[in-house]
Each structure stands twice: as C-alpha cells, then as structure tokens.
Design a binder for this molecule. Structure first.
Ligand code: RB5
Length: 149
C-alpha cells in the first residue's frame, strides 16, 4: 500500500507545493492536499491547523508545510500537541530532523533560494532513520513542554 503524506501551504508557496505534490506522486506516495488551492491570500496558521489535524487523525507517514519562508507555518504547526515540524535548510538539516528529532512534519519556504533541491531534502528526510537512544528522552522533554503553563 502507498504511504500517505499530507501537504499544505499558503499563497507564498503555492507553486512549490504543487511541485512537491508532483514529485511525491511520481515517487509512489499518496498525497493529500490541505490547501491552499490557488494563489489567493490565506493565513498560514489556518493551513497548519488543517494539515496537522488531518495528520493526527492517523495513517500518514509525515507532513509537509510551506509558506513564503517556511517560518510562520512551522511555528504555527509546532504549537499543536504531537507535532514536531522541522524547518529545513539543506541536506544536513533534512537528515538531522529525522535522525535526532524524529520530525513528523518538514517545512520549506516558497520564496527561499535553497542550495540543495527541495526534492533532495525530502528524499534525505524519508531515507534517514530516527536514531532513538539518547534522543528519545529529549523528545519526551519536548512533549512535556506541551503542558507548560
Ligand atoms: C505571507 O506573505 C508570508 O508572510 C508567509 O507566507 C510566511 O512567509 C510567513 O512566515
């Protein structure tokens, strides 16, 4: 069965989201699109909420969020319990976001120029395994921050 991925973006990354969808579909993934569906202005927290809610309903391997910089939408996603959204910059951060942080979302900016192609960063994230071990306690500490007052 095809692995499922959820993707969402605001107007600042519509083109990038469409490009990523094509790439993932061509790589054998089943992609669910949480919007936006055109370049009309949208608020990235709404898309983060929708995509993360869908992810948490179950059955998804991971999620991808994009806005102009990737910053706003990743900040919004990380407010939601259970979400670890990593804003990737290059192949190194793509690898570490899985190996050390076991991110369940990755984020990109549609207006950002990356030295490494976004497709390569996605594949690096997919192919890397979470190392567990000493990182597990740190992830548990992140989870406990969800209850911080
Ligand atoms: C929208 O203009 C822009 O602010 C948004 O896409 C994102 O870059 C925010 O972090």
């Amino acid at each position: 069965m095809k692995e499922k991925v959820i993707i969402g973006c605001d107007h600042g990354a519509f083109e990038l989201k469409e490009k990523i969808k094509k790439f993932l579909a061509g790589s054998g993934y089943s992609v669910s699109d949480a919007g936006v569906y055109n370049e009309e202005r949208a608020d990235y927290p709404d898309i983060a909420e929708k995509a993360c809610g869908e992810f948490l309903s179950g059955g998804y391997a991971f999620g991808i969020l994009c806005c102009g910089t990737g910053i706003g939408i990743s900040i919004a996603a990380n407010k939601i319990n259970g979400i670890r959204c990593a804003l990737l910059h290059d192949l190194y951060t793509a690898e570490m976001s899985k190996a050390h942080n076991n991110a369940n979302f990755i984020a990109f900016g549609g207006r950002v120029s990356y030295a490494d192609p976004v497709e390569s960063m996605i594949m690096k994230f997919i192919k890397t395994e979470y190392e567990g071990g000493r990182h597990e306690g740190r992830l548990q500490k992140i989870s406990s921050l969800e209850h911080h007052l």
